[in-house]
Ligand binder design. Structure first.
Ligand SMILES: *Cc1c(COP(=O)(O)O)cnc(C)c1O
Length: 338
């Protein structure tokens, strides 16, 4: 008997649904470099309006979106303050430094993903030729599957206003935070000058992120997008997938969160595993080092795809993970630990 495979590595592995593919097929398109693609324009203005910003820019990836934001906020020799374990600092190839000549100032994060504001305040440089110019504070929501505490971003904004910094949000999984906290996305992003949102994570579109900000920031962003090789032509087919995701895949994130809880509870009942209670769609489970080789083999046997690099394993629930896949993952871990 061959089992269907279930891929828990990331919420980026989803394939477009038949309905999403139909929307892509029938999308009206034009040359986006000329600003002619009606579907791209519709996506940009819709997200901007929904989230309370003047303008939006549809780009190829979250990495490109964050990089464009940082380069639009900063000049050479400026710096951005960022979590030491934040995606923008750690997992984006050092792009801000490599391509923007923007120095990162990493700040150790608290367990909830926040950057303690005393530490941020202390790291902001005075105006002195010895120092880089502190220009932007960059936050992430969700961080490692945790929504930022609701009171935090407004406090961070107050500090930024006081010290003359811009506030950027890497909101790759912003919609997961909004659904988990039962708060409108618009409220979550109100304190920020710019926000990057991924359509290709839990929302299930094949490609793309949108950067939101003031008309002026997005105008600079457009120039940077072209400079970075991100100008694209009939991208409306991708924007159509993104619009479909916004229409049909937001509320269902609650299903992913429920399945993550079921998965975590199932794993927590297995002797030898330490499981962190998930708040959204990411489950972290720590497996004894000695059990890793057997776990890898057993997961394979059960058709479960997971990244088992070391003892702390991240499992993501998403559009293509159903209740049966969750049950099979629990059974596989159970068999491996027996
Ligand atoms: C995935 C991700 C990104 C980058 O998105 P890509 O589209 O993979 O470049 C940025 N930030 C966070 C928190 C992410 O999870």
């Amino acid at each position: 008997m061959t089992l269907p495979t279930a891929d828990f590595r990331s919420d980026t592995v989803t394939r477009p649904t038949p309905a999403m593919r139909a929307a892509m097929l029938h999308a009206a398109v034009g040359d986006d470099v000329y600003g002619d693609d009606p579907t791209v324009n519709a996506l940009q203005s819709r997200l901007a309006a929904d989230l309370g910003f003047e303008a939006g820019l549809f780009v190829a990836s979250g990495t490109q979106s964050n990089l464009i934001a940082l380069m639009a906020h900063c000049q050479r020799g400026d710096e951005y303050l960022v979590g030491a374990d934040a995606h923008t600092y750690k997992y984006e190839g050092g792009g801000a430094a490599v391509l923007g000549s923007i120095q990162p100032q990493p700040i150790p994060q608290a367990a909830d993903g926040t950057l303690p504001l005393e530490a941020v305040g202390a790291a902001i440089k005075p105006d002195d030729p010895h120092f880089a110019r502190s220009r932007v504070l960059c936050l992430e929501n969700t961080w490692h599957g945790k929504p930022l505490p609701l009171a935090y971003a407004p406090d961070a904004r107050a500090l930024c206003d006081e010290r003359g910094l811009a506030l950027h949000l890497d909101g790759a999984r912003l919609f997961n935070a909004a659904v988990a906290q039962g708060v409108p996305v618009r409220t979550l992003v109100a304190p920020f000058h710019s926000v990057s949102v991924c359509l290709s994570k839990g929302l299930g579109a094949p490609v793309g992120s949108v950067l939101l900000g003031s008309a002026e920031l997005i105008a600079r962003g457009k120039r940077l997008k072209k400079l970075l090789g991100g100008g694209w032509r009939q991208a409306g087919m991708l924007a159509a997938a993104a619009l479909h995701a916004l229409d049909h895949h937001v509320e269902r994130l609650a299903d992913d969160h429920r399945r993550a809880r079921v998965l975590a509870e199932g794993l927590a009942a297995i002797a030898g595993l330490a499981v962190e209670t998930p708040q959204t769609n990411l489950v972290f489970v720590t497996v004894p080092e000695a059990a890793l080789p057997r776990l890898r083999a057993t997961l394979h046997e059960y058709g479960i795809i997971a990244s088992v690099g070391g003892p702390r394993v991240r499992l993501a629930t998403h559009l293509d993970i159903d209740d049966a896949a969750v049950a099979r993952a629990v059974a596989a871990f159970s068999a491996a630990m027996r």
